[in-house]
Write a protein that binds this ligand. Structure first.
Ligand code: HEM
Ligand code: HEM
Length: 468
C-alpha cells in the first residue's frame, strides 16, 4: 500500500458476521473456473466421472428412475411441511386438513403437491419397473438390484396406502377399512396381523395413529435407507445396460463421455420439467377431500384406492383366499424369482428381447385384452355355480376350481405360442409376463371405470335407475 492511499474502510456489521463464517475466500472472485471445479467435485461424489455415450439416449431410461427419485424428494419435503399442521386423531384429522387448506400460506398448494407427487410416483415407479423388465436390465449383474427395486415398490405402495387414510374423509376411511378387512383371509397369521395394524380389534383412533407413524417415520426411513443402496448398485453394475438393437453384437462398443455436463445437464432438465409439471397440475387441480369420515355409513360403491382396484376386481371373481392371498403371493414369488432364471446371454439391453419377442408380446397382450373382459362379463352374467359344486367349500368352488381353469387356459395358450414361435427362455418369460400384466391392467381399468353401485358392471357415466 502506498503511504498516500487511504486506509480501507473497516468491514460493516453484516460483513463481519459473514467473515466470521467464511474466514477466507474459497476462490478469487475472478476465478469462475475455481468455483466450477469445487461444485463439480461435489457432484462427482454422487455421479460417475464418465458414462457410456449410448446410455445417455433418452429412449433407454426415459428418465423414469431419476423422475421417481425427484418425486420421492418432493414427497419428503412437502410431507415434513404437512406434519407441522396435521393432527392424527379422528376428531381432529379432517379439521386439520381443512385448516392446512384454508389457514396456512400455500397450505393447499403443499397438500396438492404431496397428493399429485404420490400418485405420479406410483405411475413412474411402475413404468420404470416395466422399462427395466423390457430392456432385460434385471439379468446379471443387476439381479439383486431388481430385488431392491421390488422392496422400493413395496415401500412406495405402502406409503400411498398409509397416506390415503390420513385425511380421514369418507373415501379414505372406507377404502382403508376394506383393505385392512381383507387381512382376515390370510390363513394363520391374518387376524393377528389385522389386530396389529389396526392397533386393536376395531378400526379407529389407534389405526389412524399407527398409519401416521408408519407413514411419516417407518416408511420414509425405509425409503431413505434402501434408495441409496439401489443407486449404488447401478454404479457397481458398471452403469446402466447398454442399449442395442436385436441385430447388434452383444459386446457393442460405446464411447465414454464426461458426466459433466453430458449427464448432469440432462438429469437437471428432466428434474426441472417434472417439478414444473407437478406445480402446474397442483395449481390447477386440488387434492380431493370428501365429507368427514362417518364410520356408521359406508358409501356405495366402496372402492379401494385406484392402485388396488385390480385386486378388488379379482375379489369379485375369486374367493378372498385366492384373490387376496394365493394370487398376489404367487405373483410376488414369480417377480422375485424372475432374475434368477437362466437366460440366454444376449438379450440384455434389447427392447422386448428380439423381433420374435416383440411379435409374441403383441400377440399375448392382444389375447389378454380380449380374454379378460370376456371372462369378467361371463362371470358376471352367465356363469352359475354348477349343482355338483354346491356342497364344496367356498374356497374350492369359488377359488381353487376357477383358478385351476384360468391356469389351464394360460398353459394352453403358452403351449400354442411355443409351438408356433419356438421361443428361447427370455422370449417365453416375457410372453407370460405380458399376458399377466395386460390381464391385471384390464382388471384395474374395469374396477376403476366400469364398476358402479353395488359393484355392478356399468358403462362409465351411466347411472343405474333406483330399484322399484
Ligand atoms: C414416498 C413417500 C410418500 C408417499 C407416497 C406419500 C403419500 C401420501 C398420500 C397419498 C397422502 C394422502 C394425500 C391426500 O390425498 O390427501 C399423504 C398424506 C400425508 N402425508 Fe405423505 N407420502 C409420502 C411421504 C411422506 C412423508 C415423508 C411425510 C412426513 C414426514 C408425509 C406426511 C404426510 C401427512 C402429514 C399427510 C396428511 C396430509 C394430507 O393428507 O394432505 N408423507 N401422503
Ligand atoms: C422409488 C422407486 C425407485 C427409484 C427412485 C429408482 C431409481 C432408479 C434410478 C435413478 C436408476 C438409474 C436410471 C434409470 O434406470 O432410470 C434405476 C435403475 C434401476 N432400477 Fe430403479 N428405482 C426405483 C424402483 C425400482 C423398481 C420397482 C425396480 C424393479 C423391480 C427397479 C429396478 C432397477 C434396475 C434393475 C435398475 C438398473 C437398470 C439398468 O442398469 O439399466 N427400480 N433406478
Amino acid at each position: 500500500m502506498s503511504p498516500q492511499s487511504p486506509a480501507p474502510d473497516p468491514p460493516g456489521f453484516l460483513q463481519r458476521i459473514v467473515n466470521s463464517i467464511f474466514p477466507g475466500r474459497l476462490r478469487a472472485p475472478a476465478d469462475r473456473q475455481g468455483y466450477r471445479h469445487f461444485f463439480n467435485t461435489l457432484l462427482l461424489h454422487f455421479r460417475p466421472r464418465t458414462v457410456p455415450e449410448r446410455t445417455l439416449r433418452f429412449t433407454l431410461t426415459w428418465g423414469l428412475g431419476g423422475m421417481a427419485l425427484v418425486l420421492v424428494l418432493l414427497l419428503l419435503g412437502t410431507g415434513v411441511l404437512l406434519k407441522f399442521a396435521y393432527q392424527p386423531f379422528p376428531d381432529k384429522a379432517y379439521e386439520s386438513i381443512l385448516s392446512i387448506q384454508n389457514d396456512f400460506a400455500f397450505g393447499q398448494l403443499i397438500r396438492n403437491v404431496h397428493h399429485w407427487s404420490a400418485n405420479a410416483l406410483l405411475v413412474m415407479v411402475f413404468v420404470h419397473f416395466l422399462r427395466v423388465f423390457f430392456t432385460g436390465a434385471f439379468h446379471g449383474p443387476r439381479q439383486f438390484n431388481w430385488i431392491i427395486g421390488m422392496a422400493l415398490f413395496l415401500a412406495v405402495l405402502l406409503s400411498n396406502l398409509t397416506g390415503y387414510l390420513l385425511p380421514w374423509d369418507q373415501l379414505a376411511f372406507w377404502a382403508i377399512t376394506i383393505c385392512t378387512g381383507m387381512l382376515e383371509y390370510v390363513p394363520g397369521v391374518g387376524p393377528a396381523l389385522q389386530r396389529l395394524i389396526q392397533g386393536g380389534s376395531e378400526f379407529g383412533p389407534a389405526t389412524l395413529s399407527n398409519f401416521y407413524a408408519i407413514h411419516t417415520a417407518v416408511l420414509p426411513a425405509a425409503l431413505l435407507s434402501i434408495l441409496p443402496f439401489h443407486l449404488w448398485r447401478v454404479r457397481k453394475a458398471g452403469g446402466l445396460v447398454i442399449p442395442r438393437s436385436p441385430e447388434e453384437d452383444e459386446r457393442v462398443a460405446s464411447v465414454s463421455v464426461a458426466s459433466i455436463p453430458n449427464l448432469i445437464l440432462r438429469e437437471g432438465v428432466v428434474a426441472l420439467v417434472l417439478i414444473a409439471f407437478i406445480l402446474v397440475v397442483s395449481t390447477l387441480f386440488d387434492a380431493p377431500l370428501g365429507v368427514s369420515a362417518n364410520p356408521g355409513l359406508s358409501p356405495n360403491p366402496t372402492k379401494a384406492p385406484w392402485y388396488f382396484m385390480g385386486f378388488q376386481e379379482l375379489l369379485l371373481h375369486f374367493h378372498p383366499l385366492f384373490s387376496f392371498v394365493a394370487i398376489p403371493v404367487l405373483l410376488a414369488i414369480g417377480l422375485v424369482a424372475l432374475p434368477y432364471f437362466n437366460y440366454p446371454s444376449g438379450s440384455t439391453g434389447v427392447w422386448f428381447v428380439s423381433f420374435k419377442g416383440r411379435r409374441m408380446a403383441a400377440v399375448s397382450a392382444g389375447a389378454a385384452m380380449i380374454a379378460t373382459p370376456l371372462a369378467v362379463l361371463a362371470d358376471e352374467h352367465f356363469i352359475e355355480l354348477a349343482s355338483w359344486m354346491a356342497p364344496l367349500p367356498a374356497a374350492v368352488s369359488g377359488g381353487l376350481i376357477p383358478f385351476g381353469l384360468i391356469l389351464a387356459g394360460i398353459a394352453g395358450f403358452s403351449l400354442l405360442l411355443k409351438k408356433k414361435y419356438r421361443p428361447d427362455r427370455s422370449e417365453a418369460v416375457q410372453m407370460i409376463f405380458v399376458l399377466l400384466l395386460t390381464a391385471f391392467l384390464v382388471l384395474t381399468m374395469t374396477g376403476i371405470f366400469f364398476r358402479g353401485e353395488g359393484m355392478k358392471l356399468v358403462w362409465p357415466g351411466h347411472t343405474i335407475p333406483p330399484m322399484p
